[in-house]
Write a protein that binds this ligand. Structure first.
Ligand code: NAD
Length: 353
């Protein structure tokens, strides 16, 4: 399997280096035959190539089997005409990575914030309120006058249906429960369509229990009793917000793993941002990107029925759990290790798994 790693901005290079240590250890231990390549995106690319997403890198990304993308300083990329393209948006849109799979779970012995739970947020990833990706041409945000702005939200049956099926397929391998999160009480047409498509998809999975929650109330439900959720499916922006909450409730945003999955391509990416407040200090939690890379191996393994990839993914998960239980982690999770040392410790454990 060929993997392209793009470290990104802020803490990106630090957590990517730790993830690479773990990927290489998993490769050696499970005989994965990984071919790992590296390139640049974000500010490093903007400085060198005049664009955050340079064409040669995109060609390499097309040629490999999967991507590991570090967080980018997206808030600083304001003008696409100046090459300031949001890399995250670019890959999700260009490769049609329509399901953003964001697991959040507590780990035995690690400090969760509201009791034990294990859930996955499945977020639609290609449209919704994300105005920079929901138009074929141009942008879904308009400045009507200098004091009037309109941001458009696109919802299509096709995108609702495919993300719903992704959620139900996941639930079939878990506790067979899907919760639909929406705002159809106000967004009656768009979220009404999302609801309709989710219930239509549900008919193909008769063993799966389905319920629904309005997004504002969902915030209270998930803080009150996250253990009652298994797979949560929702539109783009609601999923983005909800999944940061569930990650933090599980212990830290530094545990926020995610996989951006399309039909035949996937991209591992921590759900959090570039964390400029802690960049360069060797204190960022690398588990988010390490677990995301593990998700990528598992996804690839399941699609191609490669047992060693599935085992490697499980080993990464188990090693993170063991590290958290023994306190071999960064300070956001109560440990005393640096980012580098956490990656190295995990790589050592995987080598002996
Ligand atoms: P952020 O997610 O970077 O950080 C929020 C808080 O969580 C900060 O206190 C940070 O220190 C902490 N945190 C995040 N990751 C951590 C980790 N691995 N270990 C320990 N603590 C961690 O959000 P922000 O500060 O609002 O955004 C910073 C930049 O990231 C902005 O430019 C934003 O646009 C961008 N961003 C990028 C992505 C992406 O590339 N996918 C996602 C979200 C935000």
């Amino acid at each position: 399997m060929r993997i392209l790693v793009l470290p990104g901005d802020g803490i990106g290079p630090e957590i990517s280096a730790a993830s690479l240590d773990v990927l290489r250890a998993a490769d050696a231990r499970f005989g994965l035959g990984l071919e790992i390549e590296e390139d640049i995106t974000g500010h490093a690319s903007l400085q060198k190539h005049g664009t955050t997403v340079h064409p040669a890198m995109v060609e390499r990304a097309r040629a490999v089997d999967g991507l590991v993308l570090g967080p980018a300083a997206t808030f600083e990329f304001k003008d696409e005409a100046k090459g300031e393209i949001n890399p995250s948006m670019f890959f999700r849109k260009t490769f049609d990575l329509f399901a953003n799979i964001r697991p959040a779970r507590t780990y035995p012995g690690a400090p969760g914030k509201v009791g034990e739970f294990d859930l996955i947020v499945v977020r639609e990833n290609t449209e919704g309120f994300y105005a920079d990706r929901n138009m074929e041409q141009g942008n879904g945000e308009i400045l009507v006058t200098k004091d009037v702005a309109i941001s458009m939200r696109r919802i299509t049956r096709h995108c609702c249906a495919r993300v719903a099926h992704a959620a139900f397929r996941l639930a079939m391998h878990r506790r067979k429960h899907v919760s639909i999160v929406h705002k159809a009480n106000v967004l009656k047409i768009g979220d009404g369509m999302f609801l309709e498509e989710c219930y239509k998809a549900a008919k193909d999975y008769p063993g799966v229990r389905v319920d629904e929650f309005i997004v504002d109330a969902m915030m209270a439900h998930v803080v009150r009793d996250p253990a009652k959720f298994d797979v949560i499916v929702t539109t783009n922006m609601f999923g983005d917000i909800l999944s940061d909450l569930t990650a933090e409730l599980s212990g830290s945003l530094g545990l926020a793993a995610s996989l951006n999955a399309g039909e035949s391509y996937a991209m591992a990416q921590a759900a959090h941002g570039s964390a400029p407040d802690i960049a360069g200090q060797n204190i960022a939690n690398p588990f988010s990107l390490i677990l995301s890379a593990g998700q990528l191996l598992g996804w690839h393994g399941e699609r191609r029925q490669l047992r060693n990839f599935v085992e490697a993914a499980a080993a990464i998960d188990n090693c993170v759990a063991a590290a958290l239980a023994s306190g071999a982690c960064t300070k956001d999770m109560g440990g005393a290790l640096g980012t580098r040392e956490t990656g190295a410790a995990l790589a050592q454990v995987i080598a002996k798994a």
